[in-house]
Design a protein. Sequence first.
Length: 362
Amino acid sequence: HVFAAGEVWLCAGSDNMAMPMAGVMNATHELEKSLNFTQVRYTEVNKAWAEEPQLDLIGGLSIPWQAPNKDTLPLFSSTCWMFGRELFKRRKIPVGLVGIYVNQTDLWPWTDGYVVKDCGASSMQHVDERGHFNAMLFPFFNSSAKGGILYEGQVDVEKGDNLTHHGCMLNGTISKWMSLQNLSKLALVSLGNNENTTYQNNQSWPQLRWIQANTISHIPNTILVPSHDLKDPGQRLSRHKLDLAERLVNMTTSPFDQSPVPPSIAKACYVYIYISLTMTEEVTEMPGYPENGFRSCCRDTARSNESCFSTGPNGDIGVLTSTKDGYLFAQECHVGNSTGLVTEIYYGWNGGYPYMKAPLYG
């Protein structure tokens, strides 16, 4: 047996996480150059589900622990593998990767049954309500790992799932996972609108991203990694997984192992809002679509009880002045022909941005 001491990362999710190395951009090249990274090992968990949390993997492993090879690496998660490969290049220490994913799953089967019940969602019909969390993820909670990556949400939007319950379950899933396994970092991939489409029941990508961002803001040591400028026209799933993997590494290995500090509102009044852009990392402003990437949560008297939870950022917002240190915005905002007041501001949030052309990525 060969033993190595390094970092272990768990990679969980649905179709995007499950996309294999054979399916990415420049797959042949990426596979060939990956074979030399023998200090990065990986394993994949077999699909399984159970009614109650399991201490052991009842489904076993579809790929046992091994170094990269031509037989199994093409089948392994591209996001997970390329994250591990790029992480090894950055840290120069062995990396262990655990692939935990099932195609065509929404958040329900990845959520603990008690969380589902607490979220008031147990009355809704769902085949694998408690399944994959119990059988595929929970068995790892008695082992140590450096961090986790959750790449999930596309099927939820496409199916028109109740995103009110989604927010509650996402919070519960991430909180329980981090607490029980004592993870030092968890990265949630912010889903992109690859086809820029609103699906049935008016569930939208901006709405899902708002829920993801709101969840992460309340859980320590979690980060939201953007992917909405990795559009891949003609494809349901973006194949630009190397770009995403590099962002994952950048945002999980920031100084002192801390997440980047987001911009903060320095001053606000009835007339204007000033946002300071004091960041822990350098940011790059890029030409994108639209030119002004700012959107707001805009509320008027008629919408006083609504929030971005049900719509995603829904209003425009005026930039009065800008400097390298910050932006000055008008407090007034607009949703169609209605006028209201800004309650929250988002940047680069709603667009179906061309590849690598989101207005801001840092």
